[in-house]
Design a protein around this ligand. Structure first.
Ligand SMILES: Cc1ncc(COP(=O)(O)O)c(C=O)c1O
Length: 388
């Protein structure tokens, strides 16, 4: 092998740079929270998925430390071999209780939960119907499964029905997959209608609650609770890494479904179990989600206030703490993100290929104060030309 074999990467990177698609990382300093230090400057953080502000909560940190002291830093092997601890089971029981399902299974990340579950439950003789805006982990899980994949138009029930009518009978099993809260838009999927179609066409339904867990529903159980669909036959996927302030992913469903995943999902079987620290922190977070509804109430007050203040901007429709201001070009998105950053607001420009059109994405937290939100509104007023 010679170095020449790799020169295409440099060319590819320069193409990304020219298209304003190039990405790089900037470290944030300090405890995770509504204010952090970036490039040596304190910024108000509107870029985090830590919706309830739990990642810097001392109770989660204490639980993580206690778990490390009891079990060590690593779980040392696959859950099926040396990697299973009582703590994992306690977490799975707590998730199942929150979600009101028979059982749950915890993966080392949400991405792995989607990859492994989809690959386990459908194969080459099967069909996947997927919302066109689904998260990368759902799309790649679908590809990995080898099933025939047909995208339906974003949240378009008529299109989904049409595609089921035309294709369902040609395949053995069918899986409908959708984000519940769309991560780069903030809108909700039409879950009850999707489930009705699932019933009618004999389909399994996997719903990704990554951005809904802890945020939506009276008890923070997610979009399924929000739409009062608990008890229907669904695979509810979620992550421990957003509102739950830890790391890891899960599937909550009926006992036979979870038992099947435990036996067949490669990204659960052939990987190391979730670390004790992450497991302990997530368990503490679920308790807080259930016992402190005031956090969720504060989050929604913040969302409602900010949404009202940003009327007049090109705000994408949202039913979640994800608020996106639409922009015409990636260059503009980068320029506006920079202007906001100059004013102490950290909110990322989201560009193709992650999304079809460029935008600035704000994520609201329960721990944002009114002053934080006002600072964002003022920064927008001086950075945007209204309506653009
Ligand atoms: C909708 C959605 N699904 C899945 C994931 C993956 O979750 P995790 O970060 O736990 O791997 C994410 C997070 O990036 C997400 O936004």
């Amino acid at each position: 092998m010679t170095e020449k074999a790799y020169t295409w990467m440099t060319r590819s990177l320069s193409t990304l740079q020219k298209a304003h698609w190039y990405r790089a990382v900037t470290p944030l300093e300090g405890l995770a929270g509504a204010e952090m230090v970036r490039d040596g400057k304190t910024v108000i953080n509107f870029a985090s998925n830590d919706y309830l502000g739990l990642s810097g909560d001392s109770r989660l940190m204490d639980a993580a430390i206690a778990a490390v002291q009891e079990y060590g830093t690593g779980s040392t092997g696959s859950r099926l071999l040396t990697g299973h601890r009582l703590l994992h089971r306690q977490l799975e029981n707590a998730i199942a209780k929150l979600k009101k399902t028979e059982d749950a299974i915890v993966f080392s990340s949400g991405y792995l939960a989607n990859l492994g579950t989809i690959a386990a439950i459908v194969g080459t003789r099967d069909l996947i119907l997927a919302d066109q805006y689904n998260h990368s982990s759902l799309k790649n899980g679908a590809i990995l499964s080898g099933a025939r994949i047909i995208d339906y138009k974003h949240s378009d029930i008529a299109d989904l029905e049409d595609k089921l009518t035309q294709n369902r009978s040609l395949y053995r099993r069918c899986l409908i997959v959708t984000d519940s809260v769309f991560s780069m838009d903030g809108d909700l999927c039409p879950l009850p209608d999707i489930l009705d179609l699932g019933d009618r066409f004999d389909c399994m339904v996997l719903v990704d609650e990554a951005h809904a867990t802890g945020v939506l529903g009276q008890n923070g159980a997610g979009c399924v609770e929000h739409f009062q669909q608990q008890g229907r036959p669904i695979l509810q996927m979620g992550t421990l890494s957003k509102a739950l302030g830890s790391l890891g992913g899960y599937i909550a469903a009926s006992a036979p479904i979870i038992d099947f995943i435990r036996n067949r999902a490669p990204s659960w079987i052939y990987t190391t179990g979730l670390s004790p620290a992450d497991t302990g922190a997530a368990l503490a977070a679920i308790e807080i989600v259930q016992n402190e509804p005031q956090r969720r109430e504060k989050l929604w007050q913040n969302v409602t206030w900010l949404q009202a203040q940003l009327q007049g901007y090109n705000l994408l429709p949202s039913d979640s703490p994800i608020l996106c201001l639409s922009l015409d070009t990636p260059e503009n998105a980068i320029a506006i993100a920079q202007k906001l950053s100059d004013k102490g607001i950290f909110a990322p420009a989201i560009r193709p290929p992650t999304v079809p059109t460029s935008r600035i994405r704000f994520t609201v937290m329960a721990t944002h104060s009114r002053e934080h939100l006002e600072a964002l509104v003022n920064a927008c007023h001086s950075s945007f030309v209204l309506g653009h």
